[in-house]
Design a protein around this ligand. Structure first.
Ligand SMILES: [Zn+2]
Length: 107
């Protein structure tokens, strides 16, 4: 038994397919992949962190909710920074007019 498999109890292949469909790595939020342990047993692992039994797993839904929450917090911080500084901390990219684009291209 090598280091990659010594902590793995494994799953049925049906369980493993459900895990990679619904979960990501708890450590890095990377995708999980299935590998063969034996005829009836599948291992699930993150490429970066190793077996899911060690790295842990978190549902993709939880990760999406956390990302949405982080975006809302970021937007709030940017809004508050605009009150503190005269120049926008994270200026929005201005859309260029057709004339400005042509001028930049030398026409
Ligand atoms: Zn990972």
């Amino acid at each position: 038994m090598n280091k990659a498999t010594e902590h793995q109890e494994g799953f049925t292949y049906a369980e493993a397919e459900e895990i990679v469909r619904d979960y990501v790595c708890a450590s890095c939020q990377g995708i999980l992949t299935i590998h063969c342990i034996d005829f009836n047993t599948a291992g699930v692992a993150c490429r970066e962190c190793g077996p899911v039994e060690l790295a842990g797993r978190v549902t993709k839904r939880t990760v999406a909710l956390e990302a949405e929450r982080a975006k809302l917090q970021f937007d709030e911080v940017v809004k508050n920074l605009a009150d503190l500084f005269p120049e926008p901390a994270f200026p929005r990219k201005q859309k260029k007019t057709e004339r400005e684009i042509l001028k930049e291209l030398g026409f």
